[in-house]
Design a binder for this molecule. Sequence first.
Ligand SMILES: Cc1cc2nc3c(=O)[nH]c(=O)nc-3n(C[C@H](O)[C@H](O)[C@H](O)COP(=O)(O)O)c2cc1C
Ligand code: SF4
Length: 452
Amino acid sequence: MGETRLLLKHAEVPGIRHYDAYREHDGYKSVEKAFTMTPEQILEEVKTSGLRGRGGAGFPTGMKWSFLAKPEGVPRHLVVNADESEPGTFKDRYLMEFIPHLLIEGMIVSSFCLGANASYIYIRGEYAWIAEILEEAIAEAKANGWLGKDIKGSGFDLEIYVQRGGGAYICGEETALLESLEGKRGNPRIKPPFPAVKGAWGRPTVVNNVESIAAVVPIIMMTGAEYAKIGVGRSTGTKLISACGNINKPGVYEIDMTQTVEEFIFSDEFCGGISNGKRLKACIPGGSSVPILPANLLLTTATGQPRLMNYESLADGGFATGTMMGSGGFIVLDEDQDIVYHTYTLARFYRHESCGQCSPCREGTGWMEKILKRIDEGQGKMSDIDLLWDIQRKIEGNTICPLGDAAAWPVAAAIRHFRDEFEWHVLNPEECLTRNYGLAHYADPLEIKEQA
Ligand SMILES: Cc1cc2nc3c(=O)[nH]c(=O)nc-3n(C[C@H](O)[C@H](O)[C@H](O)COP(=O)(O)O)c2cc1C
Ligand code: SF4
């Protein structure tokens, strides 16, 4: 079964990045339709669609919108999370780079529903050229009467602003994002209060992922009930997957979540199989934070069912034998990949990106990195593996924001499923040094950044 294209339907149309081609291909029709509806009717459609947030946690979007506080005389905001810094995740980039008007259209409908007159796109600093594409598209939308005062005679006013981040992964966490949007250091806030009550500048705010807001366009056009018919169970609609690693066809695919993981990896319509004729060893299916699974557990659930590319099936078995859909950053590892080395590089990333506010995350990520480094380089002891396990347990659930969990889960899953590789590193110190995985053998951007 191939792609089901709701979001990427017109992605390859020449010139679709610009207003004229976009408008010719049904662009801004959902805004016209939304203006014939009440905000309450739009909210009902989004709820009925079953859309779950595409940023990672999968929280129902309609429910989130219904929590938005509406105190008299206080402005409300929609903030689109375009930080996309999770390793392996590059789907929002594709959407914004090639069909920026789809996001703007979704923002107009969503802002109208939420009663927001000033909405923001917070975009990761490294996506500088995409920020320019968005700014150009916003200018085109405004020139054609889709933004500004009294849009198309609806009586609704909206301005959209693009805010560039400074390149910190933590600024993707919604409350850190809001701090950064306000011009402060991106430290996560303690919740409650949640952004729906006290968000940007203390005002009620909805923070949603780029893909979640883009999905509002097809939901309004086809109705929530029709959207909900696509997919399986509580995994409704389509999901963008950014596939990378040891595969023949890396790229961004739009799936309807009925595909098996096996189909997704091996069929020519998607990843096209493992590159260089190698065998599949493991996969991190939802961005670097979600648990890695070895090939056997990845393709089949613990009860022997083919595993599907959706929220429920990927999570089947809990963390003992399952994983998560996460952000849809699908990282495939072939038989030559060293799990200890990869876990170490992830641990380095999380240590580097910890904001340092809470000690389990600040200290724990540093300890995990150090221990993984010595195991990787053949300097570890057997007791280090248990120590590593203990440290990740003490981080999980004990921090202000989920970055702590995100740092702990990859380490836990690597030990759970690949303990023999950790033991191999301890027992074969000489061989570890000759496997070309040492830091000396490759240009490491973090290392370079730290030395500078
Ligand atoms: C460390 C960290 C980084 C995150 N990065 C992103 C991100 O880049 N993009 C995103 O949409 N959500 C990210 N999230 C999740 C957001 O906090 C939030 O749940 C999301 O933007 C909500 O949108 P959604 O409901 O549409 O998924 C991150 C969370 C954490 C803890
Ligand atoms: S868990 Fe880590 S990133 Fe999150 S607030 Fe605590 S120290 Fe900062």
